[in-house]
Ligand binder design. Sequence first.
Ligand code: FAD
Ligand code: SF4
Length: 438
Amino acid sequence: MSGVNGAAHSNQLSLDRDLVSPFTALQAMAESSRCLYCYEAACVTACPTAIDIPGFIRKIGTGNVKGAARTILDANIMGGTCARACPTEVLCEQACVRNKAEAEPVLIGGLQRYATDVLFKAGVQPFTRQAPTGKHVAVVGGGPAGLACAHRLALLGHEVAVYEARAKAGGLNEYGLAAYKMVDDFAQRELDFILSLGGITVKTGVALGRDVTLAQLRQDFDAVFLGIGLAGINTLGVAGEDLAGVADAVDVIAALRQRAAPPVSLTGRRVVVIGGGNTAVDAAIQSLCAGAAEVTMAYRRGMAEMGATGHEQDLARTQGVVLRTWLAPREILGGGGAVSGIVLERMAMNAGRLVGTGETVTIPCDVVLKAVGQKLAPGGLDGLALAGGRIQVDETLATSLPGVYAGGDCIKSGEDLTVQSVADGKAAAFAIDAYLKA
Ligand SMILES: Cc1cc2nc3c(=O)[nH]c(=O)nc-3n(C[C@H](O)[C@H](O)[C@H](O)COP(=O)(O)OP(=O)(O)OC[C@H]3O[C@@H](n4cnc5c(N)ncnc54)[C@H](O)[C@@H]3O)c2cc1C
Ligand code: SF4
């Protein structure tokens, strides 16, 4: 995803360069002066973590930049990542009253990034933990939901052990968000900042269902939080999916983020990305950054129905991605075991239903990247009730098992966004705190 969270866009994206140029102190001061400090501000309501936006902008305006950062991080401990990755154009900035008069919102994301960058650069830890409660909580998954939950629990005086399946914690902040949004190893710097509070131990390379069971965790800890995201991948279900040159977009993105060789070579290749969401846009743009000769995104519905916002669609176009709509994959063609093209059927709406027209087009290509959504990997969730393919929770984010809570992408609380996962993690921590004190 691609929020306009700073001063100006870099024209040509690369995997090492910021999507936007961060504000200078002067620019931040000038931008802060545009805020009207609205009473019952619409921008705050539009933020899933309810950051006191006018409050932090006022602090920037009065030169109290670290105080501004504290206000942000108190509501959203991943305010630094969200300042880089939030689709602000459909959240806080869309709600800003400045849109009405000037068609130009206060650039809240850019100001948030400025404030949190200043605090991080100063190496300040603005929070202090409450007195120890003697309670221990296990958090499964070291992504935004898990880390936000762990941080708030540690603040409240509990001891937290985070179990993370991958080699590094950070979740999709580390392995998913586009490289040009998270330059300079920001996900790990933010993780270090969170852990510097104390009270949180991270155990990487430990997977629920493989190395540890839910029953064990429930026995060993006073409560458990599940923030395991959506680790399963949807398939296209068409012939040729097993050919060399076909890969899951999230695996390619993860490799590019880790500066590792992607599962398919992209250099000089003609790439077709199947999907219309943020993952598809990120995969398409980053394929070009990684040296692909041409990239086409094919989506089965129209532009208006794409999960990617208008801003993201524009970004893809300006970077040279060809966006093609009303096309659904039917067969991946191969020669000598490798991809040589993809056959897509033209789609149309008929009486409110998406139907194939029977007409097909073939796009010659060497690589097909699948970006048609992720799903819950159910391993290790024995005894837990699911709903709509995700973990079932009540309004306090409690699951069907006593003392077990869940949040982030593995439940359905709102859009699958970093900021929503942070909001869930924080809310679950307060619910767990109340459960432990009952
Ligand atoms: C390619 C891509 C780009 C995106 N871009 C944006 C963006 O720009 N802006 C935005 O707001 N959102 C974006 N999103 C969505 C956002 O990244 C997610 O909504 C968010 O990361 C979800 O947080 P989470 O903590 O629920 O899950 P995750 O970030 O997926 O973290 C879950 C963690 O749990 C671990 N885990 C999984 N199973 C187990 C297990 N069995 N045992 C132990 N650990 C386990 C995983 O390894 C992972 O570290 C993007 C998503 C993708 C896929
Ligand atoms: S809506 Fe816009 S002008 Fe009003 S407080 Fe929020 S950022 Fe400031």
